[in-house]
Ligand binder design. Sequence first.
Ligand code: ADP
Ligand code: GLC
Length: 468
Amino acid sequence: MIHVLSVASECAPLVKTGGLADVAGALPAALAPHEVTMRTLLPGYPAVMQALKTPEIIWENPDLFGGPARVLAGQGGGLDLLVLDAPHLFDRKGSLYLGPDGKDWPDNPERYGALCWVAAQIARDGAAGWQPDLLHLHDWQAGLTPVYLRQHGLPHVPTLLTIHNIAFQGLAEAEDLVRLRLPATGFTREGFEYWGKISALKAGLIYADKISTVSPTYAGELLTPEFGMGLDGVLRVRQADLVGILNGVDTEAWTPPYKTARGKTRHKEALREEFGLPESDGPLCVVVSRLTQQKGLDLLLEALPRLLAGGGQLALLGSGDKALEQAFTKAAKSEANVAVKIGYDEALSRRLIAGGDAILVPSRFEPCGLTQLYGLRFGTLPLVAYTGGLADTVIPASPAGLRAGAATGIQFHPVSTEALGRALDQLCALYREGATWRRMQKNAMAHPVGWEHSAADYADLYRAVLTR
Ligand code: ADP
Ligand code: GLC
């Protein structure tokens, strides 16, 4: 049995801003059949504190980066949790990472530095008799852990760092070194210094034993200047220790609420009604997404006339960038076949994916992406950019894919308005053609999107790290 401490800044079903939470929340159960027990260390945000049952204090400190803190062990959201209860860092209303002004909380380096400090502490002292064999670190928020392990006199506790999104690098000012209890000797180009700043992600990339990311294609892309976001050089140095393991989805939680085509049509009618969309014989396309530059939805705004000209409709649920929120809201006002809900709503996201004919994911980069997997599972055909995990999970309706009868969706490349427009034309044409569409739906629903494969890969990777 391998005992793993997973260190994450968000975790479904307790706290979530994106796919990282789904993955951190799914891994413990997915890994259980592979002789791995996993406990998850989370920040004590209000929602986590409220969900925590039978808490037991396993660690206390009067001054953790500016205030008293303790670690509570307990259960919550079906998970075995260790929670860092540090009110000065985590007892805040609103978004996990952003203050009311929409900018990063100014003390984010300390908030997640504290999480890493405590992770290293647990690696050393255990948690009420439980001792992790290995630490699985997620994204920059857990990146400083291997540095603190050394500080705590534990250079050899094995660590795996998973990159979910390299766009977020956890930068802090050089003058925070002392406050973050970091060794000045590590503040070099070979260490965690990044253009004169501290980078928590780079720290993890340099000092973790192994690095993974969430799809094989993205693992390759990360080595290029186009996708590495300034860290491709570091990753090329560590290339031998970098692997891509695809995310899965919880196939039970994501069981389609219908068994027949007629059942799906009823969900589509209900969705049209809920979104105030008129009857139409074209495809109803849905989007469920953060509205950010990454997701390429500005291209969808530009290509929208092509979808509408093909008789298609759009129903979008998303939030994020204010300019994009406004632009979609405006499009919905002027176009009868476009409807938009700004916000974050889990239940509504399911109704969209159930009721849609197709789900659109035109991302500029996408480490894995989960919504296209939900789409496959629900027979809601994904139309995706050919990048990252989108490239790895969708079999395109190319001439070869169609001839082989294997296609599950539509891919476009390059990620441009023109290429997206052509893909939308193809989507509308395939939809009208009928037979091919139904075949693709069948293929999509049969495509394996669960955790079985990837959980085995993680378990193998843990074993490889442990036997190094
Ligand atoms: P990312 O993590 O980059 O945002 P993913 O596709 O990996 O992208 O995961 C996004 C997750 O967040 C999915 O579970 C998706 O359903 C969910 N999600 C995104 N936006 C919304 C929203 N507005 N309402 C509900 N769920 C959302
Ligand atoms: C990130 C990525 C997304 C991935 C998710 C979970 O937020 O943007 O592609 O699916 O993490 O790994």
